[in-house]
Design a binder for this molecule. Structure first.
Ligand SMILES: NC(=O)c1ccc[n+]([C@@H]2O[C@H](COP(=O)([O-])OP(=O)(O)OC[C@H]3O[C@@H](n4cnc5c(N)ncnc54)[C@H](OP(=O)(O)O)[C@@H]3O)[C@@H](O)[C@H]2O)c1
Length: 333
């Protein structure tokens, strides 16, 4: 089969002929119709991710059709259009993942290939209203945003939410989930064009996080926030303590802008704030996320759809974050 292979740190993604994956008990073989990128793929290529191993076929997000199963009990999946949950071996505890938890696309070969091997328990029927490209855009970003907002921050209708870095894959889902949950959403971004795209998706307001007075501008627009969802950390984090309403929840799942400099933690206890970490989602989060998207007929925002051969060029866009929404590979056009 054809697959996009990463041979080492800072190497280009190259299309190669590789053997079909072998199935074990409980596995399924999915013919991938479309796959999508995450920042994770970029971190791995840059050598900035834990547990690197090469060669590796990247890709956590995908949708396709099941062609083989390892167990008779999974025969009902054969020929079905599926979306793949990339959270492998979460475990039984809703509160956190077990030690053997891992994410499709490292250490296991991922979806940037004509076929992928995945435990059958990670298969879900593709929502019928979504194309393969749209379905492929949904899994990792969709579930991370869903658990962050609803599982961790317990977002309620009518609350005010700040989503930082609105152009990001997870952030765009968070914006869509929060708007459809009846929250009032504000964003930060690096460009005015992205703030406007966010407002077209239902955000009430937004500012440039690159501006000198961004915190004051946000306070002017919105007052304070009940929930702040962030994936950047860095120097801006201290301002979130200021922007949060008393009883507010600050939830984060990434550190794109680096560590948090020393901050005045007294604001956290005085304002009764909760600072919450979150990662991916449990099988229940994934199923609930699919149900929520289906119920509201939410379509992922797609930045671009490209062929497998363009994978390296597409991933390179992450260097400047010029994308808005998800970058998709169409493997069977
Ligand atoms: N823990 C988990 O389960 C999990 C899951 C998914 C992602 N992540 C992590 O979360 C982060 C985002 O992932 P993603 O896939 O959504 O990435 P992405 O699509 O590449 O988006 C990254 C976005 O971060 C924003 N950004 C960059 N610098 C920023 C800053 N200083 N302040 C605020 N925003 C800033 C940019 O937004 P603008 O374009 O609007 O400027 C950029 O588009 C990454 O670090 C990723 O590794 C973690």
């Amino acid at each position: 089969m054809k697959a996009v292979v990463l041979a080492g740190v800072k190497q280009p993604l190259a299309v190669k002929e590789v053997p079909l994956p072998e199935l074990g008990a409980g596995d399924a073989l999915v013919r991938v119709h479309a796959a999508a990128f995450n920042r994770r793929d970029w971190w791995i290529q840059q050598g900035l991710y834990a547990g690197l191993k090469f060669p590796i076929i990247l890709g956590s997000d995908g949708a396709g059709i099941v062609e083989q199963v390892g167990d008779q009990a999974d025969r009902h999946w054969l020929g079905k259009e599926v979306i793949i949950n990339p959270s492998i071996a979460w475990g039984d505890n809703e509160a956190f993942q077990q030690r053997t938890f891992n994410i499709l696309g490292l250490p296991q070969d991922g979806t940037f290939a004509q076929y992928v091997r995945i435990p059958a328990v990670n298969l879900h029927e593709k929502p019928a209203y979504l194309s393969f490209e749209e379905a492929a855009a949904l899994p990792l970003g969709g579930v991370t945003a869903y658990r962050a907002l609803f599982g961790r921050a317990a977002l309620q209708a009518g609350e005010k939410v700040l989503i930082t870095g609105a152009g990001g894959g997870v952030a765009t889902f968070a914006l869509q989930w929060a708007v459809h949950a009846g929250a009032s959403v504000y964003v930060t971004s690096s460009t005015q064009a992205k703030v406007e795209r966010a407002m077209n998706l239902g955000a009430t307001g937004g500012v440039l996080y690159t501006g000198p007075q961004w915190r004051e501008e946000l306070q002017e627009q919105a007052g304070g926030f009940d929930v702040i969802l962030d994936s950047a950390l860095g120097a801006a984090f201290e301002e979130y303590l200021e922007l949060a309403n008393p009883g507010g929840r600050i939830v984060f799942f990434g550190g794109t802008a680096g560590d948090i400099p020393p901050l005045n933690g007294r604001k956290i206890f005085w304002k009764q704030l909760s600072v919450l970490g979150t990662t991916m989602g449990s099988p229940k989060d994934f199923a609930n996320m699919l149900m929520f998207a289906d119920q509201h007929r939410i379509r992922p925002v797609i930045d671009s759809v490209s062929p497998l051969a363009a994978a390296d060029r597409v991933l390179g866009k992450m260097e400047t974050s010029s994308q808005f929404g998800k970058m998709v590979l169409s493997i069977i056009p």
